[in-house]
Ligand binder design. Structure first.
Ligand code: ADP
Ligand code: MG
Length: 371
């Protein structure tokens, strides 16, 4: 049972949209919130009692956050290993350091998933053109090369479809570490969001179906239009038996054209594909995370209605700004980021619907054609 009383302070490392929505859950439940973020206009600055403006590498500032907090969590997963281990040692950080440190690195992450017994797409760490060539000899083209650290929304990835691509690509092997993996023809992408509290209680959200555009999440449909919950749960159970999880996490999966499910990657924090849970479920992924790290018993999840979630990128806002709040069925979230860029995630919209295909069609009209 939780040792943090209502009114206690939850410290969050990172004040982007995930930190903001975590804070909104915590505030609604009666907790105080402290946030650390390097950006002066971080979205979560407006949703906390104390804001510490500091770099994620600023050990003194992070210690200060921990000092004023009864429990500490993170929305930012690339915290320096040494700093995180020290904080975990000295303060109440129930998620610990080891899982997030493994998941920071694609090579370690994929190895841990494979070792748990869940299926991953064939991959290999590559250090030069030779090791890359050997992988391609074994597995054939196409392949995708990804940096082992720091990549998100498709950043740090290179697709190699042909021999000519391979010849013309100049992968900077000296500047970063890389993994190569077989590039699959995907039938679907799905994700399963799960929360586990400190005592080990586990709850599952509905299976989500994810559509990507330019490797950025474009739409989530929940529940997924394919019945893969059992396969996804089996994979997640294997991973949970092998790795220690506390809080909310999302497992991204590929389904190939033979119907086989592979685990792609794991996010040890709230995930874009589960934003729909705010409106569509009895408990959101953000609520679940707060309850889990506080070691509260959690309710079983049920979904009120099917949902479509879409991200609002900068250029969507340019087109739709005047019409955003006129749609009766749109639940609009704007994160409050300064600096609108065409492909930057500025917000999202969730639509609850009894007719997914109809809702998707209507959104397509509005988003693409702006009518
Ligand atoms: P990120 O950390 O940027 O989310 P991912 O590995 O999840 O990186 O890749 C982003 C997207 O790129 C995936 O959701 C998928 O659409 C596509 N992708 C990545 N790897 C593969 C692959 N091996 N085969 C097919 N599609 C892939
Ligand atoms: Mg991904």
């Amino acid at each position: 049972m939780t040792s943090v009383r209502l009114g206690g302070t939850i410290g969050i490392i990172g004040g982007g949209q995930l930190g903001k929505m975590l804070a909104q859950s915590a505030l609604r439940m009666g907790y105080r919130v402290a946030i650390l973020d390097p950006s002066e206009d971080a979205p979560a600055r407006s949703t906390c009692h104390t804001f510490i403006h500091a770099a994620f590498s600023d050990f003194d500032a992070l210690s200060q956050l921990c000092e004023i907090s009864d429990v500490v969590t993170y929305e930012f997963e690339n915290i320096d290993a040494h700093i995180l281990r020290t904080l975990v040692n000295d303060y109440h950080v129930p998620q610990g350091a080891e899982t997030v440190l493994t998941l920071q690195n694609r090579d370690l992450e994929k190895t841990a998933i494979r070792d748990s017994g869940a299926d991953v797409v064939p991959y290999e760490k590559v250090t030069d053109a030779n090791t890359l060539g050997q992988f391609i000899d074994t597995h054939g083209l196409p392949v995708i090369v990804k940096t082992t650290t720091g990549g998100y929304d498709g950043k740090g990835q290179m697709l190699i479809e042909t021999e000519a691509d391979l010849q013309s690509l100049d992968i900077p092997f000296d500047e970063a570490e890389w993994v190569v993996e077989k590039y699959l023809k995907l039938e679907r992408e799905v994700s399963l969001t799960v929360a586990r509290n400190v005592s080990g209680q586990v709850i599952h959200f509905p299976l989500q179906e994810n559509l990507h555009k330019n490797q950025i999440l474009y739409r989530t449909i929940a529940p997924a239009r394919v019945d893969y919950m059992d396969e996804a749960k089996t994979a997640v159970d294997k991973i949970m038996n092998a790795m220690h999880f506390v809080g909310v996490f999302t497992v991204e999966c590929f389904i190939d054209q033979d119907g086989k499910l592979y685990v792609n990657e794991i996010a040890p924090r709230p995930h874009n594909s589960a934003h729909h849970t705010i409106e569509s479920c009895n408990i959101s992924q953000f609520d679940a995370h707060i309850l889990a790290i506080l070691d509260h018993p959690m309710p079983e999840v049920y979904q009120h209605q099917a949902a479509v979630m879409m991200n609002l990128l900068g250029d969507d806002l340019d087109r739709l700004e005047a019409k955003l709040f006129t749609e009766p069925k749109w639940h609009v979230h704007i994160y409050g980021k300064d600096g609108r860029k065409p492909a930057r995630k500025m917000g999202h919209v969730t639509v609850l619907t009894d007719d997914l295909e109809d809702a998707l069609g209507a959104l397509e009209q509005k988003f693409i054609k702006g009518v």
